[in-house]
Design a binder for this molecule. Structure first.
Ligand SMILES: Nc1ncnc2c1ncn2[C@@H]1O[C@H](COP(=O)(O)OP(=O)(O)OP(=O)(O)O)[C@@H](O)[C@H]1O
Ligand SMILES: [Mg+2]
Length: 391
């Protein structure tokens, strides 16, 4: 298995920059020089003392001292050579081996095992590091398998939604229009019950057309209308209000707003988002004329928006359910709709890297939906300016 290499290691600083081998060479050279100098000085001193013709017993002592020093220096030399060999083969070489293995793993070959036999400390260290590597690799493998599986099933689902919503449109249109033609042409010859049946069939077909169109819209998010630019959220709200002007006028709704910021997003989808939320705020109104307020506040890298209304509100226990596709809390004859609006809103917000949720209902009742969107690079607040060039 090979994945992206890790970033290059940090450069060491200070005296620690020198590799261990060089430290040993340096110390070894100093010790050798000191050793040779020491030996030469001692021999010179003994030779000078001999030149002074000492007494025979002193000369004999000197001879013994000379022999003892030669043995001592030989032992020291043998120890020095032995230490060098041990450091070279038992420390530096295994460290080099381990470094080379770690370098291969860091270069991207995460299946490369780490193992050195000696010394005991390095063998233990390498086996712990290798166990960690193994564990991380298998967790990564499971996660990437799951991600791949999710991507595949997501793709299949999107494909299914697209096929269901696109290819079924035509046969359904046929069913609806031929049933209507049946009613128009043979209506007078049919009795009341037959006409009622035809009415149900047409009604069912029309409803299915609505559902299918909604599904098509839903499956399009992020697939067709995906381009994200710096967009003025105030302008997106304006467009949504424009699209809803008739229903806002009919219901006497008032929509107020804070100063709305520029965000990074897709203007069509942001308009859809505002439109669905405000449409809901007006549709699920209480006895009073609807009052809707759209607010925004900066939270680090994102803007948090809120859309609050004075309508019938949503019970907290349905806070998750209302975001599921085709899930509704009321019968269709009381509040019309297919139940896709909030699912679409959530998909749009998540496509932008944000989150959408139902906030706890405030003291004034009604419902408050909150969502986050990434701030545009400058993060400026430009309500009223045609920031995205769409007026
Ligand atoms: N502002 C709101 N006040 C009260 N209830 C709401 C509000 N917004 C959504 N809901 C509840 O959440 C449900 C799901 O909303 P959603 O927008 O997905 O569907 P819908 O409005 O019923 O249908 P559609 O949006 O497809 O026309 C609604 O049926 C309603 O019960
Ligand atoms: Mg809705």
């Amino acid at each position: 298995m090979s994945i992206h290499p890790l970033p290059p290691p940090k450069e060491p600083t200070g005296l620690g920059r020198l590799p261990l081998a060089r430290w040993f060479l340096f110390t070894g050279a100093v010790a050798t020089v000191a050793f040779v100098a020491g030996a030469v000085v001692v021999m010179l001193m003994i030779a000078r003392t001999r030149a002074l013709r000492p007494r025979p017993d002193v000369a004999e002592q000197l001879g013994q001292l000379n022999a003892a020093l030669i043995v001592l220096f030989s032992v020291l030399l043998a120890c020095g050579v032995g230490l060098t060999v041990i450091v070279r083969y038992a420390v530096l070489k295994p460290i080099d081996q381990l470094t080379e293995q770690v370098r291969t793993v860091a270069a991207g070959d995460f299946d490369h095992a780490l193992h050195v036999d000696r010394p005991a400390e390095l063998a233990e260290l390498s086996s712990h590091v290798d166990a960690m590597r193994g564990r991380i690799v298998s967790a990564w493998r499971v996660a990437s398998d799951q991600a791949e599986e999710l991507r595949r099933s997501n793709g299949e689902l999107e494909q299914f939604a697209y096929v269901a919503s696109h290819d079924l449109q035509e046969p359904l249109r046929k069913v609806a229009s031929f049933t209507q033609m049946l009613e128009q042409r043979y209506g007078p010859q049919l009795d009341g019950r037959a006409r009622q049946y035809i009415h149900y069939a047409v009604d069912g077909a029309k409803r299915m057309q609505l559902l299918i169109n909604d599904l098509l819209d839903f499956s399009r998010v992020g697939r067709v209308t995906g381009e994200k630019t710096v967009t003025d959220s105030g302008a997106a709200l304006d467009r949504a209000l424009d699209n809803l002007s008739a229903v806002l006028e009919d219901t006497g709704a008032t929509v107020t707003r804070d100063e709305l910021p520029q965000v990074r997003g897709n203007r069509t989808q942001l308009t859809q988002l505002f439109q669905n939320l405000i449409e809901n705020a007006v549709k699920f109104r209480s006895e009073e004329p609807p009052r809707v307020h759209v607010a925004a506040r900066r939270r680090g890298e994102v803007w948090e928006f809120a859309c609050s209304d004075n309508g019938i509100g949503v019970e907290p226990r349905y806070a998750d359910r209302i975001f599921l596709i085709f899930q509704r809390l009321h019968p269709r004859d009381v509040y019309p709709g297919t139940g896709i609006g909030l699912a679409l809103c959530r998909k749009i917000v998540e496509y932008h890297g944000g989150q959408l949720w139902l906030d706890d209902t405030g003291p004034g009742g009604g419902a408050t939906f909150r969502w986050t969107l990434p701030a545009a690079a400058d993060g400026g607040s430009t309500h009223g300016e045609a920031g995205d060039g769409d007026g």
